[in-house]
Design a protein around this ligand. Structure first.
Ligand SMILES: *Cc1c(COP(=O)(O)O)cnc(C)c1O
Length: 334
Protein backbone atom coordinates (compact mmCIF):
# COMPACT_ATOMS: atom_id res chain seq x y z
CA UNK A 1 0.00 0.00 0.00
CA UNK A 2 2.77 2.34 0.93
CA UNK A 3 5.88 3.05 -1.11
CA UNK A 4 7.83 4.48 1.81
CA UNK A 5 10.55 2.37 3.44
CA UNK A 6 9.80 1.27 7.02
CA UNK A 7 12.53 3.39 8.57
CA UNK A 8 14.84 6.32 8.05
CA UNK A 9 18.57 5.58 8.07
CA UNK A 10 21.60 7.60 9.08
CA UNK A 11 22.46 7.86 5.36
CA UNK A 12 19.06 9.48 4.72
CA UNK A 13 19.77 11.94 7.54
CA UNK A 14 23.25 12.76 6.24
CA UNK A 15 21.81 13.31 2.77
CA UNK A 16 19.17 15.62 4.30
CA UNK A 17 21.88 17.59 6.11
CA UNK A 18 23.77 18.14 2.84
CA UNK A 19 20.53 19.11 1.05
CA UNK A 20 19.31 21.68 3.59
CA UNK A 21 22.71 23.18 4.45
CA UNK A 22 22.60 26.96 4.07
CA UNK A 23 18.80 27.00 4.17
CA UNK A 24 18.35 26.28 7.88
CA UNK A 25 20.36 27.60 10.79
CA UNK A 26 22.87 25.51 12.66
CA UNK A 27 21.53 26.47 16.09
CA UNK A 28 23.76 27.07 19.13
CA UNK A 29 24.14 24.71 22.04
CA UNK A 30 24.81 26.38 25.38
CA UNK A 31 25.64 25.00 28.79
CA UNK A 32 23.19 25.76 31.60
CA UNK A 33 25.26 26.32 34.72
CA UNK A 34 22.17 26.65 36.90
CA UNK A 35 20.64 23.35 35.69
CA UNK A 36 24.02 21.67 36.16
CA UNK A 37 24.08 22.77 39.80
CA UNK A 38 20.47 21.69 40.29
CA UNK A 39 20.87 18.23 38.70
CA UNK A 40 24.51 17.37 39.35
CA UNK A 41 25.24 16.58 35.68
CA UNK A 42 26.33 18.87 32.83
CA UNK A 43 23.21 20.16 31.05
CA UNK A 44 23.33 21.65 27.55
CA UNK A 45 20.45 23.44 25.89
CA UNK A 46 20.08 23.05 22.12
CA UNK A 47 18.58 26.41 21.21
CA UNK A 48 16.48 25.21 18.29
CA UNK A 49 13.75 27.72 19.12
CA UNK A 50 16.10 30.24 17.46
CA UNK A 51 15.64 28.36 14.18
CA UNK A 52 14.14 30.38 11.30
CA UNK A 53 10.31 30.33 11.68
CA UNK A 54 10.75 29.63 15.40
CA UNK A 55 10.93 25.83 15.43
CA UNK A 56 12.84 22.79 14.16
CA UNK A 57 9.96 22.05 11.75
CA UNK A 58 11.85 24.04 9.09
CA UNK A 59 14.40 21.20 8.82
CA UNK A 60 11.89 18.55 7.79
CA UNK A 61 9.81 20.89 5.62
CA UNK A 62 12.89 22.14 3.77
CA UNK A 63 14.16 18.61 3.16
CA UNK A 64 10.72 17.56 1.90
CA UNK A 65 10.42 20.53 -0.49
CA UNK A 66 13.97 20.03 -1.82
CA UNK A 67 13.20 16.33 -2.41
CA UNK A 68 10.36 17.15 -4.84
CA UNK A 69 10.78 16.78 -8.59
CA UNK A 70 10.64 20.06 -10.58
CA UNK A 71 7.15 19.11 -11.80
CA UNK A 72 5.90 18.49 -8.24
CA UNK A 73 7.45 21.72 -7.06
CA UNK A 74 5.65 23.59 -9.83
CA UNK A 75 2.27 22.19 -8.69
CA UNK A 76 2.92 23.40 -5.12
CA UNK A 77 2.65 21.91 -1.65
CA UNK A 78 -0.34 21.73 0.68
CA UNK A 79 -0.97 20.99 4.36
CA UNK A 80 -3.65 21.50 6.99
CA UNK A 81 -1.37 22.72 9.78
CA UNK A 82 -1.80 26.20 11.25
CA UNK A 83 1.02 25.66 13.72
CA UNK A 84 4.77 25.32 13.43
CA UNK A 85 4.65 22.85 10.53
CA UNK A 86 2.46 25.22 8.51
CA UNK A 87 4.80 28.14 9.11
CA UNK A 88 7.83 26.07 8.22
CA UNK A 89 6.29 24.64 5.05
CA UNK A 90 5.25 28.06 3.77
CA UNK A 91 8.74 29.43 4.36
CA UNK A 92 10.46 26.38 2.84
CA UNK A 93 8.25 26.42 -0.25
CA UNK A 94 8.63 30.16 -0.87
CA UNK A 95 12.40 29.87 -0.51
CA UNK A 96 12.33 27.57 -3.56
CA UNK A 97 9.82 29.67 -5.47
CA UNK A 98 6.96 27.21 -4.86
CA UNK A 99 3.43 27.99 -3.68
CA UNK A 100 2.26 26.58 -0.33
CA UNK A 101 -1.46 26.23 0.28
CA UNK A 102 -2.62 25.91 3.88
CA UNK A 103 -6.16 24.65 4.50
CA UNK A 104 -7.83 25.52 7.78
CA UNK A 105 -11.28 25.36 9.28
CA UNK A 106 -13.52 28.35 10.05
CA UNK A 107 -12.74 27.78 13.73
CA UNK A 108 -9.10 28.83 13.42
CA UNK A 109 -8.76 32.25 15.10
CA UNK A 110 -8.32 35.26 12.83
CA UNK A 111 -4.87 36.13 14.23
CA UNK A 112 -3.57 32.67 13.27
CA UNK A 113 -5.04 32.99 9.77
CA UNK A 114 -3.48 36.43 9.37
CA UNK A 115 -0.12 35.17 10.54
CA UNK A 116 0.03 32.28 8.06
CA UNK A 117 -1.13 34.63 5.29
CA UNK A 118 1.57 37.14 6.24
CA UNK A 119 4.19 34.42 5.74
CA UNK A 120 3.00 34.17 2.15
CA UNK A 121 0.66 31.18 2.15
CA UNK A 122 -2.35 30.67 -0.06
CA UNK A 123 -4.98 30.22 2.64
CA UNK A 124 -8.15 28.17 2.14
CA UNK A 125 -10.77 28.31 4.84
CA UNK A 126 -13.11 25.35 4.65
CA UNK A 127 -15.54 23.60 6.98
CA UNK A 128 -15.87 23.54 10.72
CA UNK A 129 -13.20 21.07 11.80
CA UNK A 130 -9.62 20.03 11.27
CA UNK A 131 -10.98 16.90 9.54
CA UNK A 132 -12.83 18.99 6.96
CA UNK A 133 -9.68 21.06 6.37
CA UNK A 134 -7.81 17.79 5.79
CA UNK A 135 -10.49 16.68 3.30
CA UNK A 136 -9.84 19.86 1.35
CA UNK A 137 -6.12 18.99 1.34
CA UNK A 138 -6.94 15.53 -0.04
CA UNK A 139 -9.16 17.11 -2.71
CA UNK A 140 -6.39 19.52 -3.81
CA UNK A 141 -3.95 16.61 -4.03
CA UNK A 142 -6.32 14.63 -6.27
CA UNK A 143 -7.75 17.47 -8.37
CA UNK A 144 -4.82 19.92 -8.65
CA UNK A 145 -1.88 17.58 -8.20
CA UNK A 146 -0.57 19.50 -5.19
CA UNK A 147 1.84 17.58 -2.96
CA UNK A 148 0.84 17.06 0.63
CA UNK A 149 3.70 17.42 3.09
CA UNK A 150 2.60 15.87 6.40
CA UNK A 151 4.02 17.16 9.70
CA UNK A 152 5.77 14.00 10.92
CA UNK A 153 4.94 10.64 9.31
CA UNK A 154 7.01 11.10 6.16
CA UNK A 155 10.54 9.88 5.38
CA UNK A 156 11.93 13.22 4.13
CA UNK A 157 10.45 15.07 7.11
CA UNK A 158 11.92 12.61 9.63
CA UNK A 159 15.33 12.73 7.92
CA UNK A 160 15.22 16.54 8.04
CA UNK A 161 14.41 16.56 11.77
CA UNK A 162 17.24 14.03 12.23
CA UNK A 163 19.76 16.68 11.15
CA UNK A 164 19.19 18.21 14.59
CA UNK A 165 20.56 14.97 16.05
CA UNK A 166 23.65 15.17 13.83
CA UNK A 167 24.34 18.68 15.13
CA UNK A 168 23.99 17.51 18.72
CA UNK A 169 26.64 14.79 18.37
CA UNK A 170 28.95 17.20 16.58
CA UNK A 171 28.51 19.84 19.28
CA UNK A 172 28.70 17.42 22.24
CA UNK A 173 30.21 14.07 21.20
CA UNK A 174 30.04 12.59 24.72
CA UNK A 175 26.31 13.28 25.22
CA UNK A 176 24.79 10.56 27.43
CA UNK A 177 21.10 11.54 27.35
CA UNK A 178 19.05 13.53 24.83
CA UNK A 179 15.69 14.95 25.90
CA UNK A 180 13.32 15.28 22.94
CA UNK A 181 9.83 16.85 22.90
CA UNK A 182 7.44 14.21 21.52
CA UNK A 183 4.15 14.46 19.65
CA UNK A 184 3.81 12.67 16.30
CA UNK A 185 7.38 11.48 16.75
CA UNK A 186 9.10 12.88 13.65
CA UNK A 187 11.60 14.79 15.75
CA UNK A 188 12.21 11.95 18.21
CA UNK A 189 12.55 9.32 15.47
CA UNK A 190 15.02 11.41 13.45
CA UNK A 191 17.08 12.56 16.41
CA UNK A 192 17.23 9.06 17.92
CA UNK A 193 18.29 7.50 14.60
CA UNK A 194 21.09 10.07 14.29
CA UNK A 195 22.49 9.99 17.83
CA UNK A 196 22.21 6.20 18.22
CA UNK A 197 24.09 5.58 15.00
CA UNK A 198 27.00 7.52 16.53
CA UNK A 199 26.67 5.82 19.91
CA UNK A 200 23.98 3.18 20.52
CA UNK A 201 24.35 3.68 24.28
CA UNK A 202 23.19 7.30 24.17
CA UNK A 203 19.77 7.41 25.83
CA UNK A 204 16.97 9.24 24.06
CA UNK A 205 13.97 10.16 26.18
CA UNK A 206 10.71 11.41 24.68
CA UNK A 207 8.91 14.07 26.69
CA UNK A 208 5.27 14.97 26.33
CA UNK A 209 2.30 16.27 28.29
CA UNK A 210 0.01 14.20 30.50
CA UNK A 211 -2.97 15.75 28.75
CA UNK A 212 -3.66 13.77 25.57
CA UNK A 213 -0.35 12.10 24.70
CA UNK A 214 -1.18 9.96 21.65
CA UNK A 215 2.30 8.48 21.07
CA UNK A 216 2.64 7.40 24.72
CA UNK A 217 -0.79 5.74 24.67
CA UNK A 218 0.09 4.06 21.38
CA UNK A 219 3.45 2.75 22.65
CA UNK A 220 1.69 1.40 25.75
CA UNK A 221 -0.93 -0.33 23.56
CA UNK A 222 1.61 -1.74 21.10
CA UNK A 223 -0.19 -0.09 18.15
CA UNK A 224 -1.35 3.39 17.10
CA UNK A 225 -4.42 4.43 19.11
CA UNK A 226 -6.51 7.57 19.32
CA UNK A 227 -6.74 9.67 22.47
CA UNK A 228 -9.02 12.51 23.44
CA UNK A 229 -7.48 15.89 22.60
CA UNK A 230 -7.17 18.18 25.59
CA UNK A 231 -6.07 21.75 25.95
CA UNK A 232 -2.43 21.98 27.07
CA UNK A 233 0.26 24.60 27.49
CA UNK A 234 2.27 22.39 25.14
CA UNK A 235 -0.18 22.95 22.27
CA UNK A 236 2.41 21.98 19.65
CA UNK A 237 2.44 18.47 21.17
CA UNK A 238 -1.31 17.91 20.62
CA UNK A 239 -2.94 15.76 17.95
CA UNK A 240 -2.94 12.08 17.02
CA UNK A 241 -0.23 9.97 15.40
CA UNK A 242 -2.54 8.56 12.68
CA UNK A 243 -4.07 5.10 12.97
CA UNK A 244 -2.35 4.20 9.71
CA UNK A 245 1.02 5.47 10.97
CA UNK A 246 3.76 4.19 8.65
CA UNK A 247 7.06 5.26 10.19
CA UNK A 248 7.17 7.22 13.42
CA UNK A 249 5.33 4.74 15.65
CA UNK A 250 7.68 1.85 14.92
CA UNK A 251 10.77 4.07 14.99
CA UNK A 252 9.81 5.56 18.38
CA UNK A 253 9.00 2.07 19.69
CA UNK A 254 12.38 0.75 18.57
CA UNK A 255 14.59 3.76 19.35
CA UNK A 256 13.26 5.60 22.41
CA UNK A 257 14.57 4.49 25.79
CA UNK A 258 11.68 5.99 27.72
CA UNK A 259 8.79 8.43 27.51
CA UNK A 260 8.05 10.78 30.39
CA UNK A 261 4.79 12.68 30.88
CA UNK A 262 4.78 16.23 32.26
CA UNK A 263 1.93 17.96 34.08
CA UNK A 264 0.76 21.45 33.13
CA UNK A 265 2.38 22.79 36.32
CA UNK A 266 5.70 21.20 35.36
CA UNK A 267 5.53 22.62 31.82
CA UNK A 268 4.74 26.08 33.22
CA UNK A 269 7.73 25.76 35.58
CA UNK A 270 9.91 24.85 32.59
CA UNK A 271 8.80 27.96 30.66
CA UNK A 272 9.38 30.11 33.73
CA UNK A 273 12.86 28.69 34.29
CA UNK A 274 13.75 29.16 30.61
CA UNK A 275 12.75 32.80 30.79
CA UNK A 276 13.89 33.78 34.26
CA UNK A 277 17.15 31.87 34.49
CA UNK A 278 18.21 31.07 30.93
CA UNK A 279 16.81 34.28 29.35
CA UNK A 280 14.98 32.29 26.69
CA UNK A 281 11.39 32.61 25.47
CA UNK A 282 10.10 29.11 24.71
CA UNK A 283 6.63 27.75 24.06
CA UNK A 284 5.24 24.96 26.25
CA UNK A 285 6.39 22.19 23.89
CA UNK A 286 9.88 23.67 23.88
CA UNK A 287 10.07 23.70 27.68
CA UNK A 288 9.41 20.01 28.40
CA UNK A 289 13.12 19.11 28.58
CA UNK A 290 13.81 21.74 31.22
CA UNK A 291 10.54 20.75 32.93
CA UNK A 292 11.68 17.13 33.17
CA UNK A 293 15.06 18.14 34.60
CA UNK A 294 13.37 20.37 37.20
CA UNK A 295 10.94 17.57 38.13
CA UNK A 296 13.81 15.49 39.51
CA UNK A 297 12.41 12.42 37.73
CA UNK A 298 15.32 12.03 35.32
CA UNK A 299 18.60 10.25 35.89
CA UNK A 300 21.64 10.54 33.65
CA UNK A 301 25.12 9.09 34.05
CA UNK A 302 26.61 11.87 31.93
CA UNK A 303 25.99 15.08 29.98
CA UNK A 304 22.38 15.82 29.10
CA UNK A 305 21.13 17.73 26.07
CA UNK A 306 17.65 19.24 26.24
CA UNK A 307 16.20 20.31 22.88
CA UNK A 308 14.31 23.62 23.15
CA UNK A 309 12.15 22.91 20.10
CA UNK A 310 10.13 26.09 19.55
CA UNK A 311 9.23 29.58 20.66
CA UNK A 312 5.88 30.27 18.99
CA UNK A 313 3.82 31.07 22.05
CA UNK A 314 1.18 33.77 22.37
CA UNK A 315 3.09 36.48 24.22
CA UNK A 316 0.15 37.42 26.44
CA UNK A 317 -0.11 33.80 27.59
CA UNK A 318 3.67 33.69 28.03
CA UNK A 319 3.61 36.76 30.26
CA UNK A 320 0.86 35.24 32.41
CA UNK A 321 2.82 32.00 32.80
CA UNK A 322 5.92 33.97 33.80
CA UNK A 323 3.79 35.77 36.37
CA UNK A 324 2.75 32.48 37.95
CA UNK A 325 -0.20 31.03 36.06
CA UNK A 326 0.04 27.28 35.44
CA UNK A 327 -2.57 26.43 32.82
CA UNK A 328 -4.18 27.54 29.59
CA UNK A 329 -7.61 27.18 31.16
CA UNK A 330 -6.95 29.66 33.94
CA UNK A 331 -5.87 32.00 31.19
CA UNK A 332 -9.14 31.62 29.34
CA UNK A 333 -11.09 32.22 32.55
CA UNK A 334 -8.91 35.15 33.64
C1 LIG B 1 5.93 19.70 16.22
C2 LIG B 1 6.61 20.10 17.46
C3 LIG B 1 7.06 19.15 18.39
C4 LIG B 1 6.81 17.67 18.24
O1 LIG B 1 7.36 17.13 17.07
P1 LIG B 1 6.87 15.73 16.50
O2 LIG B 1 7.75 15.45 15.35
O3 LIG B 1 5.42 15.89 16.09
O4 LIG B 1 7.00 14.74 17.61
C5 LIG B 1 7.76 19.61 19.50
N1 LIG B 1 7.98 20.92 19.72
C6 LIG B 1 7.55 21.85 18.86
C7 LIG B 1 7.82 23.28 19.15
C8 LIG B 1 6.86 21.49 17.69
O5 LIG B 1 6.43 22.42 16.83
Amino acid sequence: MCAQPASVSIDDIRAAAARIAGRVLRTPMVQSTVLQVMTGVPVHLKLEHHQTTGSFKLRGATNAVLSLTPAERARGVVAASTGNHGRALVHAARAEGAVATICMSKLVPENKVAEIRRLGAEVRIVGNSQDEAQEEVDRLVVEKGMVMVPPFDHAAVIAGQGTLGLEIIEQLPDVATVLVPLSGGGLAAGVAAAVKSANPRTRVIGLTMERGAAMKASLDSGRPVQVEELLSLADSLGGGIGLDNALTFSMCRDLLDDVLLLSEEEIAAGMRHAYGLEREIVEGAGAVGIAALLSGRLQSSGPVVAILSGRNVDMILHRRIINGATSVQEEVAA
